[in-house]
Design a protein around this ligand. Sequence first.
Ligand SMILES: [Zn+2]
Length: 316
Amino acid sequence: MPELPEVETIARGLAKRVTGDVVESVWLGQKKEPLKSPAPEIAAALEQSRIAAVRRMGKHIVFDLDRVDGLAGVERALMPAKSRKRNKKPKGSGAISALNPSTPHAEADKSVRPTQTKAQWIVHLGMTGSLRVCEPQTEVAKHTHAILKLASGREVRFVDPRRFGRLSVATSGEFDATGVEPLEIDLDPFIALFRGRKTPIKSALLNQKLLRGVGNIYADESLFRAGLRPRRRASSITRDQLAKLHAAIKEVLKEAIALGGSSISDYVGAEGEEGFFQLQHRVYGREAKPCLVCRTPIRRVVIAGRSSHYCPKCQK
Ligand SMILES: [Zn+2]
């Protein structure tokens, strides 16, 4: 599952490739799970919109959209109902030519806001989701759920075999993920997050309402660097220890983002290859292997259904 550093890397890669481009038309698949907003709303927000920016919020990828032509929505809303049928899934590269901007790919209905000038397309990759920037002749991969045809001729495709990923749009007001950005939070508000919390610190770190985007791997690695056991009650951790943890989380995430940057072109390349450099894990996935600091075997415990790894000597 992509974690914060991977999502950041993917968002940066997409920003480089598609910022400024215009979405001419949208094809959405028939599977319901990936669509968190109704298909007509997603299509209406994206079509004829310029991609002003792509950025990460928590583990979401947010595309900021500007309306290119305020009339586009009106035209769509006025289309006869008959021509508003959703297209069938294209079965190969040849079918892509069916993506003609003159034929709408989603039903227009009352939810279409012709006056809307700004919107956001929000993508959560889930477990196996990926966003690929392709040339139109690239064969459409199995499990493709969305294709955005861009004015530059390229396409953005959302592929997700296990369908835990989610696509949605925010058309009224800004999308706001819950929690605080771990890379932006200052020390005092960070300490305040854990005050009075009787849950294990590991669970608190994974709680997306507190910090957004810290996943299992980076929580374990941060706790190791801060010398804290994952089962420690959050409320029992001293200010000094929390200061260490605050620094460790930022350090771990920044290192991983720096590593991810070098493999970025592979991830969102034409073939959609995955190729992340993994951060050298010190505890995660190293059960029974010697601690890199003291040689004590790393232990694994399950907390709230998730594996946690720690050194019983280095972490208190
Ligand atoms: Zn150790």
